[in-house]
Write a protein that binds this ligand. Structure first.
Ligand code: DAH
Length: 339
């Protein structure tokens, strides 16, 4: 019996040593120490022993039981600690790992330049207005002194949406809307998108941007026009910028001018950007035609005014040395991230 006990004890010790999970250990505990376990069972066989041997044997079995019990307990704790350690290891956060970066949006270069322009004109007392992109013939042409069949309509290839509805070809339509609703003194700019059925190339897009300006008051002269536009050009391009007024034609102004500034790339010497001329055209302007004032309900004998239309896209491409206007509209992130 003694040998049997020893054998069971040894088997239990070996098994406990080898166990690798808490469940396995629990199973072993039941197998050897449980009510029907092997070590318990041996106690029941003691009936066949002599009265003197019984307590000795009982003592031996109990010793073996507590020995195994202690072993099981120890192993259980060991495995538990190991499991916790593994769990903690799996959950550790490596604070040296690079963080996920969150992309932040930026202003589109067109908006940056537009914001600058708005600042400049607001500091000169201009209000900023908005106008509809879908216009009627009346506002886009008729009241700007461009009646139907007028040859000047050929200057702007128009997208027609219906008989009378068009996509505005110029922000000048805002002039008419303003004069119809406001009384002089008027001093406004109206930035916005304009549309023309142009062939797309490096300098032409069917969608582009203009900023219309309009000033109407008593005694406004060409000097006011020159002063405002020179101030604007110097603030946008720098104080050394020279401004040149060339006679031109627009149906809604008389006299009309086109305005060039010294090329910001070469400073006026002539380069690729200005096609060797040293100058870059940035806007059209003029004194508001008396017909336009009259059609908008303003008496040209009392009031006079000037107007201008600035190309925002050209201003942006020259400022940032962008070689192709299409880049402004493709929304390629690699391009936009550079600003
Ligand atoms: N609307 C003209 C264009 O698109 C630009 C322009 C010229 C606007 C003269 C004006 C102006 O207000 O007075 O070419």
């Amino acid at each position: 019996m003694k040998e049997k006990l020893e054998a069971i004890k040894q088997a239990a010790v070996e098994a406990v040593k080898k166990a690798i999970s808490e469940k396995e250990i629990e199973d072993l505990r039941v197998l050897y120490l449980g009510k029907k376990g092997e070590l318990t069972a041996i106690l029941k066989q003691m009936g066949g022993l002599s009265p003197e041997e019984r307590p000795k044997m009982g003592q031996l079995v109990n010793d073996a039981k507590s020995y195994v019990e202690e072993l099981v307990l120890k192993k259980k704790e060991e495995l538990k600690a190991k499991a916790t350690e593994l769990k903690l290891k799996a959950e550790t956060i490596d604070i040296t790992m690079p963080a996920k970066t969150r992309e932040t949006g930026k202003l589109h270069p067109l908006n940056t330049v537009l914001d600058d322009m708005i600042d400049i004109f607001q500091s000169m007392g201009f209000d900023v207005l908005d106008g509809p992109e879908v216009e009627t013939d009346h506002y886009n042409f008729e009241c700007l002194n461009v009646p139907a069949d007028h040859p000047a309509r050929d200057m702007q290839d128009t997208f027609y949406l219906g008989e009378n509805l068009i996509l505005r070809t110029q922000t000048s339509a805002a002039q008419v809307r303003t004069m119809e609703t406001r009384k002089p003194p008027i001093r406004i700019i109206c930035p916005g998108r304009v549309f023309r059925a142009d062939e797309v190339d490096a300098t032409h897009s069917p969608v582009f941007h203009q900023i219309e300006g309009l000033v109407v008051d008593k005694g406004i002269t060409m000097c006011d026009l020159k002063g405002v536009l020179e101030q604007f050009a110097r603030e946008i391009y720098g104080p050394e910028t020279k401004v040149k007024f060339r006679p031109s034609f627009f149906p809604f102004t008389e006299p009309s001018v086109e305005v060039d500034v010294t090329c910001s790339e070469c400073g006026g010497k002539g380069c690729r950007v200005c096609k060797g001329s040293g100058w870059i055209e940035i806007l059209g302007a003029g004194m508001v035609h008396p017909n336009v004032l009259r059609m908008c309900g303003i008496d040209p004998d009392v009031y006079s005014g000037f107007a201008f239309g600035i190309g925002l896209d050209r201003l942006t491409t020259t400022r940032y040395k962008i070689s192709d206007i299409r880049l402004l509209f493709e929304n390629d992130k690699r391009f936009l991230e550079q600003f």
